[in-house]
Design a protein around this ligand. Sequence first.
Ligand code: F6R
Length: 614
Amino acid sequence: MCGIVAYIGEKQAYPIVLNGLKRLEYRGYDSAGVAVLKNGNINTYKKEGKVSNLEDFVKDKDITGGIAIGHTRWATHGPPNDVNAHPHTSENGNVTLVHNGIIENYDSIRKELESKGYTFKSDTDTEVLCYLISDIKTNTGVKLGKAIRLALQQVVGAYAIVVMCEDEPHKIIVARKSSPLVVGIGKENDFYVASDATPIVEYTKQVVYLNDDEIAVLNKEKGMKLYNIDEVQKEPYVEELELHLEALEKGGYEHFMLKEIHEQPTSIQDCFRGRLNAKEGWVSLGGIKYYLNRIMNADRVVMVACGTSWHACLVGEYLFEDLARINVEVEYASEFRYRNPIINENDIVLAISQSGETADTLAALELAKSRGATILGICNVVGSSISRLTDAGSYTHAGPEIGVASTKAFTAQVTVLTIMAISLARRKGKLNEAKFRSILSSLEAIPKKVQAVLDKTEKIKKIAEKYKDAANALYLGRGSSFPVALEGALKLKEISYIHAEGYPAAEMKHGPIALIDEEMPVFVIATKGTSYEKVVSNIQEVKARKGKIVAIVTDGDEQVKAIADDIIEIPETNEHLVPLIATIPLQILSYYIAVMRGCNVDQPRNLAKSVTVE
Ligand code: F6R
């Protein structure tokens, strides 16, 4: 949610910042802007819309210089237009900054500054922070770093900022609280700053992740100095990035989403690599191994997340309860954090997040921690805020997910949850040796089975063609296929803008059935297993009302085939693992429906990938 990039050093800064903005565009694409500092002058260029608009706009401008800051915006305060685009500049033109986050008390600060005679140009909270820094600097005569510190002490909210100043042209200053910021250390006292490591990796692998309330001064001549908000200097902790550049490219696919859907055989494999072996009969999640007893003996595990990751939690609930007999509650992080929930020291709060930066999920964990619970995380992005806040956790190792709609992160999250549930079940004596080994070998076979579904893309594309003009769609499933139905509906609505809802199949007759007519496609997960016959009855109910059924069935199914309008067969697997396979055809369907409707699948309207504001 909003992407920040900056460079300071001997190279030309603009191409580095522009390239970085393109990499971060998935975080928001309402507007883009850049400010370049050269010979003590700051020139700012900004444009509504995509980074490519900015690129066109600056084509004939002089954008040379060794210091630049850039921003790609997901609008929070004020509409997406040129004026509200970042960077923002103080009234006297001296201070310019980019910001990701929300300044919650911006209105009172704005009024106070207006009473001093300032006039604001934009509707943003960011401009207010910029004016405040400049006001402090001008009126107290302090240097930029001190002015930033004093300003941030007045601010309530979340921020990652990069600030530059015409008076102090050899430095940029960065600060963070609750919004992510990474500094890449180049070889020649040059520095790369970004909201995540993706714009940095092609230049350096040495990075420092800023912690909350830290401020870093990046000086062309004097190097990096890190401070806390009280001006106490700290030693930066330099880490080595494990990210590879190829993972950030489309690799010949038309969209990142398609690439990421097709990566799932590998990403699932990567997720369980070194964590289980069916032949030898073991399973191990290094990151949480010292916490297994605590989880087993906990009163309950509360899983918190948002969006797709919340759907993964729902699958996790089925797995933990059924396999390990551990009591699980699944909570929307945004509700949990404000509900004054009852949490005690014997609770485990497990957060799931692809980005590891989702503001609500982070806040839910902070609340749980403050009340004494053990907090664990399942994240994809290494070094992310959630992974650093938690007591322990497991990475999903799915690789960078750039498409805004989550695909491979979901199946990787479900894979980690499955491994966790199996380890706990085994340790608790709830799985005998034969069942344990059988589920492990079924899990090892999943990548091949996912590939078998991907190989059916042409058939799925034809089904997409048939339903691409629907105005509404229903998704139904039972048991752990219910969250798969929710996820299928979310994928369709977020990238194709078709209204879609997921329901537990049996709930349909308590209301949603009223929607069914010959125009309504109903996507049903009807694989063989405990609820198969019941789902078949639900399908009959839809057919009786002339609804169109697209069913995801187990290979060789005859019963549903006879009544459904269309079927997609998926390989048989252990019932607990069905979500890992049944999700795939729904992702492919959504992708092609969206492409056929001419939608921008990688950057759907109004969305951003990393939701760092609440
Ligand atoms: C949907 C999607 C979002 C995210 C949600 C949580 O395709 O991507 O619903 O799942 O914003 O994000 P993370 O997992 O990064 O916490």
